[in-house]
Design a protein around this ligand. Structure first.
Ligand SMILES: Cc1ncc(COP(=O)(O)O)c(C=O)c1O
Length: 407
């Protein structure tokens, strides 16, 4: 496997050349990543040259619409789905609330939805609220010590009343990557749909959603090197089965059915820059130049680079008695999203790390239910250390040295 050319990677992110950010090691990536240059360039170009209503005949409008279409078609291809199965909403949370409204209309009292206690609130609360409409909510619980979500636990909850199972590709505090393909297969075999929160996974490589078999898959481009949007893949079924949440005359367009507001044209257009970056990353390292092949190649490249950096961090944290590592310590199953519980509140530790040039954060990260389930007071919170493929080994060393001074 090719080794990641970290200088090439960092040259694609203007933040690394930004004078005000020099000497700052960025470990708050799970909250929002740096933005790659092609996205910034496209956003700027749109605002300068194409900031008009798109899809009309005049040139600026035609170009704006074409760029929005380009973003959808290229990203959908990378995700292994049809172009109209990908839509853009303001954020993942807003997308799940719209989806939950569609399910509210679609389901009957007595139908059941399975949620987890491992999920961020965005893929949990909107579904739990359907209890108010007579929908039975069943909770698939993780191991309170390790945070592991055992598929056997799901098996025990599935029956012919279950219509939907909402779970995450990777929790934003536990960090373990769930076996989405196996779980989606179980869900489908039981006659239900799956809704997968891919927000904490996508920055570490775009998923082949077609291959995973998820019916709905959500992630946020502002954490995936792009602009502030929520990307939502809804496969044709359930997309054409659930009731339309947009204007009645748009009901035949799958990609418009669950985004009732007028979309943010500039940000959708700029999202094509995410595809530019991923393709450039793949091509630079000798991988396929375009499409799904480039996405798979970039995914594996990112993963390998991240694991190399994650190993010493996990090793260091596991050696500290004063640290409770949230989630398991097994490297292979983890994303580089590492939450730790300490005697001191997470936010206070983050504040002590800031003057040492460590950008990180503490708190509950809207994972209030997961933290409670693991016996951590969300008010006290955790310190979260999260990085991506663009992080350098010396930054991880700097982090470990700084942690050693504050822990
Ligand atoms: C795992 C996970 N899911 C969902 C969300 C919500 O995403 P958004 O901010 O786009 O609503 C977040 C945000 O932190 C997250 O980390």
């Amino acid at each position: 496997m090719t080794t990641l050319d970290i200088d090439f990677v960092r040259a694609q992110f203007p933040a690394f050349a930004e004078p005000s950010l020099q000497g700052q090691a960025f470990f708050d990536n799970a909250a929002g990543s740096y933005t790659c240059a092609p996205v910034i360039d496209r956003l700027t170009r749109f605002y300068r040259q194409r900031k008009v209503q798109p899809y009309s005949a005049y040139e600026a409008s035609r170009l704006g619409g074409a760029e929005m279409d380009e973003a959808r078609s290229r990203l959908a291809a990378m995700l292994g789905v049809a172009t109209d199965e990908l839509s853009f909403g303001p954020s993942t949370t807003q997308n799940t609330y719209v989806l939950a409204q569609a399910f509210r209309q679609h389901l009957q009292p007595g139908d059941a939805i399975i949620v987890t206690d491992q999920d961020h609130e965005a893929n949990s609360g909107p579904w739990r609220r359907l209890a108010e409409d007579g929908i039975e909510i069943r909770e698939w619980r993780m191991d309170p010590e390790t945070g592991h979500l055992d598929p056997a636990g799901l098996g025990a909850l599935l029956d012919d009343k279950v219509r939907l199972v909402a779970f995450s590709h990777c929790s934003n505090v536990v960090g373990e990557v769930n076996d989405v393909a196996a779980i989606c297969a179980m869900v489908r075999a039981a006659g239900a749909w799956s809704c997968v929160d891919g927000v904490s996974y996508a920055p570490h490589g775009l998923a082949d959603i077609g291959a995973l078999g998820a019916d709905i898959y959500l992630f946020s481009s502002y954490k995936t090197y792009g602009p502030h949007q929520g990307l939502m893949v809804i496969r044709r079924d359930p997309g054409m089965t659930l009731p339309n949440q947009g204007h009645f005359f748009n009901a035949d367009s799958l990609y418009m059915r669950f985004t009732p507001a007028g979309p943010d044209h500039a940000q959708i257009a700029a999202s094509a820059g995410m595809a530019d970056y991923i393709e450039a990353l793949s091509a630079h390292h000798g991988g396929p130049a375009t499409g799904a092949g480039a996405a798979r190649f970039a995914h594996d490249l990112m993963r390998q680079a991240e694991l190399t950096l994650l190993a010493p961090l996990l090793e260091y944290l596991s050696s500290k008695n004063s640290v409770r590592l949230i989630g398991g310590a097994a490297l292979d199953a983890r994303a580089p999203t590492v939450a730790i519980a300490l005697a001191e509140p997470g936010e206070a530790v983050a504040a002590r790390l800031a003057p040492m040039g460590i950008m990180t954060a503490g708190g509950d990260f809207y994972a209030v239910r997961p933290l409670r389930a693991m016996g951590v007071d969300p008010g006290h919170g955790v310190l979260r250390l999260s990085f991506t493929h663009y992080t350098r080994a010396d930054e991880v060393e700097k982090l470990i040295t700084a942690l050693d001074r504050v822990l």
